[in-house]
Design a protein around this ligand. Structure first.
Ligand code: PLP
Ligand SMILES: N[C@@H](CCOP(=O)(O)O)C(=O)O
Length: 505
């Protein structure tokens, strides 16, 4: 790793780095561009700052255990560690675990020794059902699928959640602390969190999911674990309601401190960090850093694609990052119009992406607005109060430099599952199919990798309707439909939810 470069590297003609340099002693001229930027040196521990600029700066361990910042913002590194070309080239041929260690090490500071961190990574991925953990499969002359569903709950969330489970356990065992994890899910985060934390002594885990709006497999994955520290809560509302309740709980500082609240949604920086790794493994497998790679990412809460943006900031040659949405298309509309405007959430056959308030978009806004917490606070207040905000022309230009986007309707999703089954023999989940359709429509010269975010067997009804094939669950889950379900139904009401959590933790 070399001295860190600025977050606006080569991009930020509108940025006022010189003004910042007068007030921040860590800023001086960047070694690689003409702007003023952070010049923290190799070996310094990365510190974490809030997107709203008013919360304390934290270490990696503190940020991981804290979840949402106390000013309502999201934590992210004060600057992006950079990997030089030789370091990226040296990842070729390494195991997933080794790449994970090298990519994530600069972010974790002294939270774990190298030995501890390696052991944590090894334990996290031992449960994966594929030797290379996240394999890349060719589906066309220039088209690839990055399979992220070989973890225990068959969705990409396992990649980060298995690691976080191990990191929480190591940290809590060391400190002797106990935490209450509360998570909001549109289906996959919840099952992955429950799988990662079930039976852990130092943790109670409460998962809020929208009643009637997740697939039956997703629901059963959350409601059938019998461990007493697992609490599945069916909320009368949509995913946005669940996520808003979660953020309200974090913003109630008395409650938060009383129950030792922790979060494992992509609110938690560690979640995003763990997802950066597979951009490196897949890009290097396809020839990076000697050539650039493009990625299409089925997107809901903007965590997975933000991880791609981080990989790019770290130096991975990514040509294009394409946001793929279903009919709940707030992100696609934002790129087209410059207006970020909520509409109601419409249930779809890709339920995990039925989201209109994309939490991690706030992390991107922070960079788009020159890391000014005040500007982000203003936009997020507008979103909460008026349901919309409009990007400045400069922010929109930068957004369009970094991302492309597309939207896929319900009928098109179904037709794409059918098409991919016939053309390639791949039976895709609806979320992945949204990605492959947009990838095909927007492909350019660079190899195009679509993130395969879940296994088709999690969404058997949609897949059977499109292909006539009902994808089977793996043998270890074959009795899922016979297991006893345990769930509490609650209104989307903060007081009722807090009372329930206080009583059952
Ligand atoms: C299967 C699947 N695909 C895609 C997504 C979108 O990922 P993100 O929320 O990180 O944008 C999710 C969850 O959000 C998911 O569960
Ligand atoms: N699609 C997600 C929604 C929550 O996203 P997260 O990345 O913030 O945990 C889900 O499946 O729950």
């Amino acid at each position: 790793m070399r001295a860190l470069s600025c977050f606006g590297h080569n991009k930020a003609a509108e940025f006022d780095h010189q003004r910042r340099a007068r007030t921040d002693s860590r800023l001086s001229r960047c070694c690689a561009c003409r702007y003023w930027c952070c010049t923290r040196q190799t070996g310094d521990a990365v510190r974490y700052i809030s997107t709203r600029g008013q919360a304390p700066t934290l270490s990696f361990e503190e940020a991981m255990l804290t979840g949402l910042a106390r000013d309502g913002g999201l934590y992210l590194p004060e600057s992006w560690p950079e990997m030089v070309t030789d370091e990226i080239a040296a990842l070729a041929g390494q195991s997933y675990e080794e790449v994970a260690f090298r990519v994530m090490r600069p972010f974790i500071g002294d939270t774990f020794t190298d030995e501890e961190f390696r052991a944590i990574i090894d334990r996290a991925y031992a449960s994966f059902g594929h030797d290379v953990r996240c394999p890349v499969i060719q589906t066309g002359p220039n088209d690839w699928l990055l399979e992220l569903h070989h973890g225990p709950t068959l969705a990409f969330k396992d990649v980060a959640m298995q690691l976080i489970g191990q990191m929480f356990e190591a940290s809590l065992t060391r400190s002797g602390k106990r935490v209450t994890i509360v998570g909001a899910t549109s289906g996959d985060t919840g099952s992955a969190a429950i799988e990662a934390f079930r039976g852990l002594e130092a943790v109670d885990v409460f998962i809020l999911y929208p009643h009637g709006r997740v697939s039956e497999v997703q629901r059963r994955q959350m409601t059938t674990p019998s461990e007493s520290n697992v609490h599945a809560l069916a909320i009368d509302g949509d995913f946005d309601d669940c996520q808003a309740l979660l953020k309200d709980m974090f913003n109630d500082l008395d409650f938060r401190d009383r129950v030792h609240l922790a979060g494992v949604n992509s609110i938690n920086w560690a979640r995003v960090l763990a997802q950066v790794v597979y951009y490196f493994t897949s890009a290097v497998a396809l020839g990076a850093p000697d050539r650039s790679i493009s990625f299409t990412v089925p997107t809901g809460n903007f965590g997975d694609i933000f991880a791609g943006y981080v990989a790019k900031r770290m130096g991975l040659p990514i040509e294009r990052l394409i946001i793929a949405t279903n009919q709940n298309d707030i992100l696609h509309r934002t790129l087209v119009t410059g207006r970020h405007e909520k509409e109601g959430v419409t249930p779809s056959i890709s339920p995990s992406m039925d989201i209109q308030v994309s939490s991690n978009f706030e992390r991107l806004l922070f960079d788009l607005y020159d890391r000014e917490g005040e500007a982000v606070t203003q936009l997020m207040t507008e979103l909460k109060e008026d349901g919309r905000f409009t990007l400045s022309q400069g922010a929109l230009d930068r957004l369009l430099e970094e991302f492309d986007s597309g939207r896929v309707s319900e009928d098109e999703t179904s037709a794409e599952i059918t098409h991919m089954a016939k053309a390639t023999g791949q039976i895709l989940c609806p979320h992945t199919a949204i990605g492959t359709k947009i990838a095909r429509e927007q492909s350019g010269t660079a190899p195009m990798v679509t993130l395969a975010t879940a296994h088709a067997a999690k969404f058997p009804d949609a897949v059977e309707a499109a292909t006539g094939i009902r994808p089977a669950l793996p043998a270890r889950m074959a009795d899922l439909y016979e297991r006893i379900e345990r769930v509490t139904r609650l209104p989307a009401d903060l007081a009722a939810l807090q009372a329930h959590i206080e009583q059952h933790r």
